[in-house]
Design a protein around this ligand. Sequence first.
Ligand SMILES: O=P(O)(O)OC[C@H]1O[C@](O)(CO)[C@@H](O)[C@@H]1O
Ligand SMILES: O=C[C@H](O)[C@H](O)COP(=O)(O)O
Length: 956
Amino acid sequence: MADTISNTGLDKVGSVLRDLEKHGQSPWLDFIQRSFTEDGSLKKLVEEDGLRGVTSNPAIFEKAIGKGTEYDPQIRKLLEGEGLSAGDLYEHLAIDDIRAACGVLYPVFEKTKGLDGYVSLEVSPYLAFDAHGTITEARRLWKAVGRKNLMVKIPGTEEGTGAIREAIADGININVTLLFSLDAYKAVLEAYISGLEARAARGEDISHISSVASFFVSRIDAKIDGEIDRRVAAGDKDAEALKALRGKVAIANAKAAYQYYLDVKKSPRWQALAAKGANPQRLLWASTGTKDKAYSDVLYVEELIGPETVNTIPPATFDAFRDHGKLRESLTENIEEARHVLAEAERLGLDLAGVTAKLVKDGCASFSESFDTLLGAVAEKRESVLGKRLLHVTADLPSDIRDDVAESETAWSKEGLVRRIWAKDTSVWTNGAEAGWLNWLTIVQDRLWHIEELELLARDVRSRGFSDILLLGMGGSSLGPEVLAETFGQQEGWPKLHVLDSTDPQQVRAYEKAVDLKKTLFIVASKSGGTLEPNILFAHFWTVAGQALGKAPGDNFIAITDPDSHMQKVAEENGFWRIFYGDPKIGGRFSVLSNFGLVPAAVSGLDVRKFLTITNLMVESCGPSAPAHVNPGVTLGLILGHSAKCFGRDKVTILASKGIASFGAWLEQLIAESTGKKGTGLIPIDEEVLGTPDVYGKDRVFVDILLGDDVPDSRLGALREAGAPVITVRLADKNEIGQAFFVFEFATAVAGAVLGIDPFDQPDVEFSKVETRKLTNAYAETGSLPAEEPFAIDGKLSFYADEKNAGVLGGGDAVSVLKKHFSRVGAGDYVGLLAYIERNRETRDWAQDVRMELRDVLKVATAAEFGPRFLHSTGQAYKGGPDSGVFLQVTAADAADVPVPGHGFSFGVVKAAQARGDFEVLSARGRRALRVHIDGPLEEGLKTLATAIHKAVAGA
Ligand SMILES: O=P(O)(O)OC[C@H]1O[C@](O)(CO)[C@@H](O)[C@@H]1O
Ligand SMILES: O=C[C@H](O)[C@H](O)COP(=O)(O)O
């Protein structure tokens, strides 16, 4: 079938199409395309064939916009300014086309006094079963197109029917689409009439409202004929009677609908409306292209000609009818025969009601599919036009994972899961409390609307001449700011941002020394406001800043916290300079694009408006109108989720370019705390140096986050060849880091859906907090932590474990205990080194050396973490995730302690209690956990421990 009208025959005098008018039927065209309107072809049809209207649908727009390059210049232009989504772009293009066609048809509209000259634009097919969504969209489109000769197309589903009534009462012209059954048509006509009545009752004019009921024809025959053929082939006893119905049922059904129309028109109820100027809702024959080549190619035009009707004819049929169509008033012919056909169909069990009901469903689904394809094509064009303004996610996957992910993308599209995420539909996850944690989806736009607050703050901070900013917070309140501080560095003329997320006394002192206390702006960041660390860090720095300044330092303190939190009270009571609020519907690890990341960004001199504007491009890329297969957040999430769930590849190994190296620490929390629960989840592995394929098991997926033109580590090639999945996330420059935050947030939500968990809670973190609280309370009461007994001692190293672990590890020297511990590591496990010591360059190097040796010898994934920082990050997964972790906790005697003002304990005590609380929960969860405590100087103890580990695993 031709996609466009050929102009052959246009020169013929007296087009037969024009003569349809003599029978009271208006020919409309079931087709729209920009070039066709622009080059005058549409106008020619109006002038020479008497064309009186145009209809479009998602499948038609898919062909027009989704294919070829005709619309590319406009897409490029539209994307020059603000960041539009695929859905926004489609709507701009479609509305322009509809308006242009409305312009061509307007003379017809005027000449026929509003009877004809309409152009139809369909509401999103995704809304077919959503009454509220449909009416909202119908109103929006009516306004956006702004043409009197527009008809908004609404499906005649049950939900659509309610919207139709409202739209008519509003005075919007409606083309009801996807009508197959007489019953649905009756309901729609009732909606039209009652809509008019409602409007008339309000004393409003009803004479300008126009509506058509699009009754689909050929699709019915295609279905019924298929069933007939199937039964005949199966040797049905009624084969002959069935064959006699082939190609007849759809037309008979249409004729029955027309009879109903005539009856209603005669009714007193209609007459009353007619007296007020109401126009009848004409029947429009849709789906009139012949689908079965055995039939005449003009069957569904020739057989449905009658007064007060419309036939919207597809291009090829239009040409064919012009060429050899015959005119006669066929619609009112042989009504009895039509009734007989319908009765026969019923007698023979062809189930017209069932077929038409299914056709509605299938019709909605297939328009949704076309819309997906269309939006997908637009999204791809958008991505290519935006080019380096967007980060790019690509993946190199082994075929089994690739196929699985592709299948899942199709399922995600079919089930509308992207839109359901945006609609906060909890059934995407566990039907739990997820809806209360989804405002991160819209926070970028929200913050852009309030950007002046942040810009004002930035100006004020700059004018006050601070030298440093010290942010005190944990997890989601610190890791995002830390990425910003490390990625962008100190901005010229702005204070330097430091982030402190530790209770280690040495570390606290080190930060205190690193800043000029008199010229430092302190940010206390805690969403809940109740987290222990920011509260005690506040107590300490409030005291030392006060001492340095010689007065209460409230003017140098800012709080970022959720409304009504304990921290808000603290800030108010102490006269903080400013308080900024978080959104309580965003969890900590999803909060970096809220004030928790933006306030530190603004005060350290980053251009937050630019940052958010760039980030918003990615929000749109992952938006509700970006179908699964072109949605980078979905692709990323599905790969991560499926690799773990179906292929045992649950160690997400993060590699990052030097310029954005700290991103991994933020990503670790997001992935681990979100997915690591109920015995499942993804285990992030950050900062491992790449090795050769032989040091890896089959439990890895690699995520390579590259900046600019950085080339991937050459060793990745060998891993890829060895069958490891490799995802590349490429940022054109650092300013796209906000896009990286968002795309991983979206991906994590998707991976959570794949894993069947609630990605927004953190059930196991709470337990170690409880254990810690018990211990600090005990200390405050008794002046010491409860005594504990090592099960083995070797010089300055003492070993602790629960009874079960101690039983397995036995006594002996350090090497033998460690040997037994690491001998429990098997394929698919990971080793977690959990160090409750100061985190500085030297200790990080130490931990890195030890973990790399363990990785290379044991050939398993390794994590090197510092407490209590990781407690608010990967700690959740270590306790609640898969039982594949083998942990070595490292604690040490503090060289010097720092008291916590106003509390009966010190930082050293808190850190010790946190380590013990953490260890108790690991043990209670049955994990393979060993604690080694270092007495004496730390550096020496770490060396001894590293040597013991080396010996323990040598030759393993
Ligand atoms: O911002 P808050 O409430 O102090 O919490 C800090 C961190 O602690 C956690 O609740 C885990 O303990 C994280 O989810 C969060 O990011
Ligand atoms: O309004 C027009 C309908 O969307 C169209 O006629 C459907 O035709 P089809 O059945 O050929 O897709």
